[in-house]
Write a protein that binds this ligand. Structure first.
Ligand code: PMP
Length: 297
């Protein structure tokens, strides 16, 4: 699914066959989850293949690496160029792109390395979490404490928490988990940000205990441009009982509706919510069909 015999990946400055891009089992990153990554999408637009917000994603990759002391040898511009070349070499237009900066040298120490490796892969990937509205469950697992790890960085090790929470929700018959922060406020999904709607306004967790999603920012801009108020504030899971609709946002998931949270089932179908309007606007924007002059790639 991710690659076949002809797939090329970017590895440390070269484009190599995917099955030849290998990593030592003694690699420091493998043992300690010490790596930074991104999730990016490209779309087919009237102007050709366009990577949506490449600059923002690669700036966040630099930020993530800096946050944990992981060297990154390439600039935002270089990484963007490598990615466009990768798409071209693999004949991809609508792709999910996964850059990974990792410590690949055999090293069982727990000190930041002097060098790192850079891997970029791309493949066709449908909407993560699907097109159906999701039944969420407030997870018993909290997001990592921002005083213990740089939670605004996209660090591989943080995703052990995501996998545990998401698997737990699925094992209990739900589609996805909704995680609280260490103070008991609603934070985000395991791989997406969360918004709820009440009285025609949106509410989402503020920066500080979430990964500040690039999709989240885009959706906030789209909402504000349409005159919809967005409150970035702390709120408890109990407040969700008053919610009239909700959705998750993320590069992989895009904008996906929520039909229920625990026992609370939304009466209004997702199609009639602000989330559905924003999902359509998001889709128009990323595929270059938006009419708004302010929001471009
Ligand atoms: N929160 C978490 C924990 C995530 O993994 C992601 C996916 N990167 C997001 C939010 C959404 O971020 P973005 O919109 O930048 O993809």
């Amino acid at each position: 699914m991710y690659f076949n015999n002809n797939t090329l990946v970017f590895l440390d400055g070269n484009y190599v066959k995917a099955d030849q891009a290998v990593c030592s089992v003694y690699a420091q990153s493998l043992h300690y989850g010490y790596a930074a990554f991104e999730g990016i999408r490209s779309y087919s637009t009237p102007a050709g293949t366009r990577i949506f917000k490449a600059k923002e994603h690669y700036e966040r990759l630099h930020y993530s690496c800096r946050s944990v002391g992981l060297p990154l040898a390439y600039s935002v511009e270089e990484l963007t160029d490598f990615t466009y070349q990768l798409l071209e070499q693999n004949n991809l237009t609508e792709a999910y792109i996964r850059p990974l900066v990792y410590a690949g040298e055999p090293n069982m120490g727990i000190k930041a390395p002097a060098t790192s490796n850079v891997f970029i892969a791309a493949w066709e990937w449908g909407k993560y979490l699907g097109n159906q509205c999701l039944r969420l469950m407030v997870s018993p697992y909290e997001r990592p404490n921002p005083r213990a790890v740089p939670i605004e960085a996209k660090i591989a090790g943080h995703y052990a928490n995501s996998i545990i929470a998401s698997s737990d929700a699925k094992n209990k018959g739900y589609d996805e988990a909704l995680l609280l922060d260490m103070n008991g406020f609603v934070a985000e999904g395991p791989g997406s940000n969360f918004f709820y709607e009440k009285n025609g306004e949106l509410h989402t967790a503020p920066a500080g205990s979430i990964l500040k999603g690039i999709t989240r920012n885009t959706v906030i801009e789209l909402a504000q441009a349409s005159g919809i108020k967005v409150h970035e504030r702390f709120f408890t899971p109990e407040e969700l009982n008053e919610a009239e609709g909700a959705f998750l946002t993320g590069t992989a998931a895009e904008v996906v509706g929520v039909s229920s949270i625990g026992e609370h089932v939304f009466r209004n179908p997702f199609e009639n919510t602000i989330g559905a309007v924003l999902a359509a606007k998001y889709s128009a924007l990323v595929t270059g069909r938006a009419t708004s002059p302010v929001l471009t790639h």
